[in-house]
Ligand binder design. Structure first.
Ligand SMILES: C[S@@+](CC[C@H](N)C(=O)[O-])C[C@H]1O[C@@H](n2cnc3c(N)ncnc32)[C@H](O)[C@@H]1O
Length: 295
């Protein structure tokens, strides 16, 4: 186990605290613990409320376990995907929860650790797995089709030149082993002035694909809402239009059915001051829903 962890301040922590509606008698679920920034803030703000923290990255949990040590009598960390939220709660014999938080996507630590292979700026093995149970990007590329790669680049990244880049990746997939191998392919066909943006988009699209992020989110938030108590809230922070669209449509469909009330008529964005001190917050969007009836 690699014990290093690059911690970063959590995004929109004040807004999360404002909207979460914490009660001392409640049980809350942080479905994306990461470095436990939000989780520790919620623990610090309460004295008796109980928390379950989930993350599928053992590295994040190894670090967070130390951070939550003073609260371990009322906070349990679980290494799993939040897609299994229902099974996790059943195992713990918890029928309903009083709030759920999803802070989507990749953590700062995952992004800046070269050995994890998420970043085009740092050379490392082409892995991009958030969980060791997911396939690595290099493995996944070897087993896929050209059309699938092109679709992923278009749909998940809105990549400029996605057909050309997808074709190049497909033709070279058997020899792609490092992040810089992938970077060089993108460089070959992208004009200089679009290069940085396009590299970001290609890496983001492939990361979303290899970790199955959008399907996980769809199922994770559906289970969370199902298990919320009446009046309890779900908070989702997304960083990518694909994620935000899923949350927006899902919340709207539940509001139409009368099972969820959308509390954020307009999506909440971070304050200018936060964006200045933390560029990662720039694309963050928070949506909040409140359960109306048990489903
Ligand atoms: C943006 S970070 C969360 C940061 C955290 N809120 C904090 O305060 O430090 C996202 C985390 O969600 C985790 N994650 C992403 N998809 C997941 C999934 N399907 N199941 C469990 N954890 C997941 C990642 O491993 C990562 O640690």
């Amino acid at each position: 186990m690699d014990s290093r962890y690059t911690f970063h301040r959590p995004v929109m922590v004040a807004e999360v605290m404002r909207w979460m509606n914490l009660y001392e008698s409640g049980t809350y679920c942080d479905c994306t613990v990461g470095g436990a920034g939000h989780l520790v803030a919620m623990l610090e703000a309460t004295t008796r409320a109980k928390f379950i923290g989930i993350d599928w990255d053992p590295n994040a949990l190894y670090f967070s376990r130390k951070r939550i040590k003073p609260y371990e009598d009322r906070c349990m960390l679980i290494e799993d995907s939040f897609i299994n939220l229902g099974t996790i709660l059943n195992r713990l014999q918890i029928k309903r929860i009083d709030g759920a938080l999803f802070d989507c996507g990749v953590s700062y630590h995952q992004l800046v650790t070269p050995e994890r292979g998420f970043s085009f700026e740092r050379d490392g093995q082409l892995l991009m797995q958030m969980s060791p149970n997911n396939p690595s990007l290099a493995e996944r590329l070897k087993k896929t089709t050209k059309e699938e790669i092109i679709r992923v680049l278009k749909e998940y990244g809105d990549v400029r030149n996605s057909r050309r880049i997808g074709t190049l990746i497909f033709e070279n997939r058997m020899h792609l082993t490092t992040t810089h191998d992938l970077r060089r392919l993108v460089e070959r066909v992208t004009p200089r002035k679009f290069l940085k943006k396009n590299l970001q988009k290609v890496f983001q699209a492939l990361r979303i694909w290899v970790n199955d992020e959008l399907d996980n989110l769809r199922q994770g938030i559906a289970t969370a809402v199902e298990r919320l108590n009446n009046g309890a809230r779900i908070l989702v922070i997304s960083y990518h239009s694909g994620e935000d669209r899923i949350v927006k449509h899902f919340f709207r469909s539940l509001q139409t059915k009368g099972t969820l009330q959308i509390l954020t008529k307009k999506v909440i964005k971070p304050q200018e001051t936060e964006v200045k001190s933390n560029p990662r917050a720039r694309s963050a969007k928070l949506r909040v829903g409140e359960k109306c009836v048990h489903s």
